[in-house]
Design a protein around this ligand. Structure first.
Ligand SMILES: Cc1ncc(COP(=O)(O)O)c(C=O)c1O
Length: 406
């Protein structure tokens, strides 16, 4: 896109065609499974809908511009965030390779790690805030996977320092950029090889789309990722792709509002005596703040805190009126959940009958666990509503929780 230096201009225009009289500024989704293809298919831009689609091309161009303004980059869009994560891991790892992943990051990566293990890949888990541990784990590794801030605990790590160390050792670095979005953090500018995200969350932001993407400045790194996408058919629908692209124009506004609201709620939570471990990377006193402030331009809408136990957390969630109970984040509507619900035994079972094991089928949202979080841990995804209404909702629900505990 010509002459754009600001994120908001870029978000509104990236990936759209040059203005032409009587043509739409944003062409509609191309709903086609195949394209006319006479003769030799070599070099055909569009042949079959599992390989390429013009609506993907538009969003891929936009994602590349947002993740890497001013420096050429390439992107591939996927059916979901996990489809994008899997394309990087299975596209780039081979039997005998080692991958280092965060022990406290999105659990879907651990589930994939189990599959990778079955194919002869060694998976090392290290906590996001444990820089020494990450450096040590790089020995003989092929890929370092980072997630900062990590979901759900919100610890951070220094992407540039780790990417520099990884490069010296010939290790590829991929960063899950789901929570910050490309307007909140740019891993490629910080030295990462690949930026990977679930577009389902803040990027598309309206809770109506499942999507993922991979972006890189190195076209050769995208090759195996695209090949994996075509092989397994992990492709996004044209309508989803178009919706995400359309919504991208408001990402700067949404992110700004979510970040401001999240900071206001985090501050309010700190003032209250009845919640523990308030975490938000935008809080100056947060353990992850210094690193976050150095590499993020917005801290996003996810706040976490801990109530005394499961009963308190369930009462709190039931008492909320504006904030919904759901398992996602980054959307326009605020939502919260008791994160440990994904790992705990269902109510009532006797020990030893499999209680405590959550199968993928039991967890269709793929939200899977947070085994590392205590029973009263709340992940709060702050939306774009009025801050005063959200704070009042949280205050009222916490007051009701305290009263019903008396
Ligand atoms: C950090 C992170 N990465 C990846 C994913 C997977 O995204 P999706 O649900 O779109 O497959 C999630 C989903 O919650 C996530 O939180």
């Amino acid at each position: 896109m010509p002459d754009a230096t600001g994120d908001a201009t870029r978000a509104a225009h990236a990936g759209l065609p040059a203005a032409e009289p009587f043509r739409p500024p944003m062409p509609g989704p191309v709903m086609s499974a195949y394209f006319h293809l006479p003769g030799d298919p070599t070099g055909a831009p569009y042949a079959y809908g599992r390989e390429t689609n013009p609506t993907w091309t538009a969003l891929e161009t936009a994602v590349a511009e947002l993740e890497s303004p001013g420096e050429p980059a390439h992107a591939a869009v996927f059916a979901s965030g996990m489809a994008a994560v899997a394309a990087v891991l299975f596209g780039h790892l081979r039997p005998g390779d080692t991958v280092v992943v965060p022990s406290d990051g999105y659990h879907g990566v651990h589930q994939l790690g189990d599959r990778l293990g079955e194919f002869g890949v060694t998976v090392r888990q290290v906590a996001t805030a444990d820089t020494e541990g990450q450096l040590a784990a790089l020995a003989d590794a092929r890929l370092l996977w980072l997630e900062t801030p990590a979901n759900p605990g919100l610890d951070t790590c220094d992407i540039r320092a780790l990417a520099d160390a990884a490069r010296e050792r010939g290790v590829l670095v991929a960063v899950d950029n789901t929570l910050p979005t490309p307007l909140g953090q740019r891993p490629l500018e910080l030295g990462a090889d690949l930026s990977v995200a679930s577009g389902t969350k803040g990027f598309s932001g309206h809770g109506d789309v499942l999507l993922g993407y991979v972006a890189t400045r190195d076209a050769a790194l995208l090759g195996p990722v695209r090949t994996w996408r075509s092989c397994v058919g992990a492709v996004p629908g044209p309508m989803e792709t178009w919706l995400a692209h359309r919504g991208m124009a408001t990402l700067p506004l949404r992110l700004e509002r979510q970040s401001a609201n999240a900071l206001a709620i985090a501050r309010r939570l700190l003032e209250r005596g009845d919640v523990a471990d308030v975490r938000y990377p935008g809080l100056p006193g947060d353990p992850g703040h210094a690193v976050a402030a150095a590499q993020m331009s917005a801290f996003g809408g996810v706040v976490s805190f801990t109530l005394p136990d499961r009963a308190h957390a369930e009462r709190f969630l039931a008492a909320l009126r504006v904030i919904g109970e759901a398992t996602s984040f980054g959307g326009v509507r605020s939502m919260a959940e008791r994160r440990a619900r994904w790992t705990e035994p269902p109510a009532g079972p006797t020990p030893g009958d499999g209680a405590g094991e959550v199968s993928a089928a039991d967890d269709p949202a793929g939200a899977h666990p947070a085994a590392q979080v205590p029973p009263g841990f709340i992940r709060l995804s702050v939306g774009i509503e009025d801050a005063a209404d959200l704070i009042a909702d949280v205050d009222r629900a916490l007051d009701e929780t305290a009263r019903s505990a008396d």
